[in-house]
Every structure is written in C-alpha cells, then in structure tokens.
Design a protein around this ligand. Structure first.
Ligand code: C2E
Ligand code: CA
Ligand code: CA
Ligand code: CA
Length: 279
C-alpha cells in the first residue's frame, strides 16, 4: 500500500499542471507580500488633450517578488481576487495612494487626482465606503483628491448594489470612473443612474483607431455617450501621435498611455514635475 501511495504521489506530481503548481506557490508568496513590503505603486499620468496638462495619475500596483522579479498585476490580481487576498491588498493600495497624494500636497506638488483601481470583490464589501472614509480620515486627505475606478463589467454585474455603493462614495466627494468601457455589456438605463464623472475607453479600441472604421465608430459613440451624460471621457493605451490627434479631433477630453509616459515610481514622476507642470 505504501508503495502504491508513493507511486500515486509521483504520478500526481508529474501529472499536475505546471501552471497550477506555480499558482499555489504564488498564492503562498502573495500572502506574505504586504508584510514583507514587496508591493509598490507606479503612477501613470493622465493628460488633458487640449492643453497637454496633467490632470491626474493612475496608481498601478507592482509586486517585486524576491526570486521572480516584477510580477505583473495582470497575473496576480486575478489570483488575489480568487483567494480573497484582494481585500488586504486593495486596502494597502488605497492607503498607499492616499499617503503619497498627501505627501505631494503637503510639499506643494499638485499632481492632480490620484486614481485607484478597485476589483469586484473589494468594491462589493458592504462596508467598503466606510473603509474608504476611514482611510481618508486617518491620512487627513480630502476626498476630492481621490478617484476610484471600477470596470464596466463589475459595475453592471449587480447594478442595483453598484448604485448604492457609488452613491455613498459620491456623497463623500470623490471622483468615480468606469474603467475598460466598451468591453462589457452596459445597460444605458443603469449607466445613467450611476453617479460617475468619467468613462475610460478601453485600450483595445484605441490601437487601430485611425485606420479601422469600426473601432473609430465605437470610440466616437463612447465619446458622445459620455458627453450626453455630462461625463468626461479618457482614452487609455494611447501610444502614438496619430491616435492622440484622432482623439483630440473627435472631442475626447483626456488621454493616458505610453505616448505620454509609462507608469513610473513616485520619485521618477517628481522628476518630470516642475513649477506645477508635468514635462
Ligand atoms: P488597467 O486598469 O486597464 O490599467 C492600464 C494598464 O495598461 C496598465 O497595465 C498600464 O501599464 C497599461 N498601459 C498604459 N499605457 C499603455 C499603452 O500605451 N499601451 C499598452 N499596451 N498598455 C498600456 P498594468 O499596470 O500591467 O495593469 C494591468 C491591470 O491590472 C490593470 O488594467 C488593472 O486592471 C489591474 N491593476 C493594476 N493595479 C491594480 C490595483 O492596484 N488594484 C486592482 N484591483 N487592479 C489593478
Ligand atoms: Ca484602470
Ligand atoms: Ca483600463
Ligand atoms: Ca484593462
């Protein structure tokens, strides 16, 4: 029996999907990532398409793994969401973004609003608005310096609850944005009831915007939709002048992407910032 057990075990090890093993190892490491201070935030500028001025930054989390190097959030956020680790990680991100914003403000550096990504499990917590309020109070940051992003698919999934959460956050005075817009299935009736100030056009529509009529048509409708609902609209993933020019011509308000700047550390961002302007 012992022999068979051993064989089974061997079989199991060999047969087990390498990515599944990897995932388990990664989960263990992720549990310790916060206390071991392996998480950091990078910041990517958002720019006003008419004036070229920086309107704010999006905070993007990075995990500096001791052996694997930088692990992409596209890889570990889904894992964090699945395991519930997103709750402490998301709270760390929010606190760190607010802490950094407060440091900048106290130093007289107005970077604009700081946008933080929320994942569905984090946003759905019953006491989430209360948690945000507590963090702002603890840090001494006014809500108007913070922007929260939830994805279109998260917003629409339980739209009734979403309205409730967004109303509470909106009443505190922060800015709210719908991320990855155009990739989910929006009910326009709900969209109109969400107290949000901004739509972010998903970068998949931006890539071929100047030579694909279908993408151009989608982007035009999103810009029109946002403006008809008194919202601002920002395009993400802007990588070249052609895309920026198209967006400017078609009335998009803001842009974000490698054409302007890659996500960078707080220190690097400060190096681009002189006399209240971003260079
Ligand atoms: P997202 O919210 O759509 O963030 C934008 C992503 O596009 C970022 O990837 C950014 O680096 C990338 N990007 C920016 N400009 C360009 C460009 O011009 N071209 C291209 N190809 N890509 C560009 P990143 O930082 O790897 O983040 C990936 C996703 O992970 C984010 O997508 C977001 O969904 C999630 N994420 C990142 N940080 C957090 C966080 O703190 N909390 C949560 N819940 N999710 C996060
Ligand atoms: Ca985002
Ligand atoms: Ca996005
Ligand atoms: Ca995205």
């Amino acid at each position: 029996a012992k022999e068979a057990g051993k064989n089974n075990c061997q079989f199991y090890t060999k047969g087990m999907n390498a990515t599944a093993v990897n995932y388990l190892l990664l989960e263990n490491d992720l549990r310790r990532a916060i206390e071991q201070q392996q998480l950091t935030l990078y910041y990517q500028p958002q720019v006003d398409l008419k004036t070229g001025e920086m309107t704010g930054v999006e905070a993007l989390v990075r995990w500096q793994h001791p052996e694997r190097g930088i692990v992409s959030p596209a890889h570990f956020i889904p894992l964090a969401e699945e395991t519930g680790l997103i709750v402490p990680i998301g709270e760390w991100v929010l606190r760190e973004a607010c802490r950094q914003q407060k440091l900048w403000l106290d130093a007289g550096k107005y970077i604009g609003k700081i946008a933080v990504n929320l994942s569905p499990r984090q946003f759905r917590q019953k006491n989430f608005p209360g948690k945000v309020e507590a963090i702002l109070a603890e840090i001494g940051l006014a809500a108007k310096y913070l922007e929260l992003e939830i994805t279109e698919s998260c917003a629409m999934e339980h739209a009734g609850e979403t309205i409730n959460q967004l109303n509470q956050l909106n009443q505190m005075g922060m800015y709210l944005a719908i991320d990855d817009f155009g990739t989910g299935y929006s009910s326009l009736a709900y969209l109109q009831r969400f107290p949000v100030q901004k739509l972010k056009i998903d970068r998949s529509f931006i890539h071929d915007i100047h030579d694909d009529a279908n993408y151009a048509a989608i982007a035009k409708s999103i810009i029109g939709l946002a403006h008809n609902m008194q919202m601002r609209v920002i395009a993400e993933g802007v990588e070249n002048e052609g895309q920026a020019e198209w967006l400017r011509t078609h009335g998009c308000d803001q842009a974000q992407g490698f054409f302007y700047a890659k996500p960078m550390t707080a220190k690097q961002l400060e190096g681009h910032f002189r006399n209240g302007r971003f260079y």
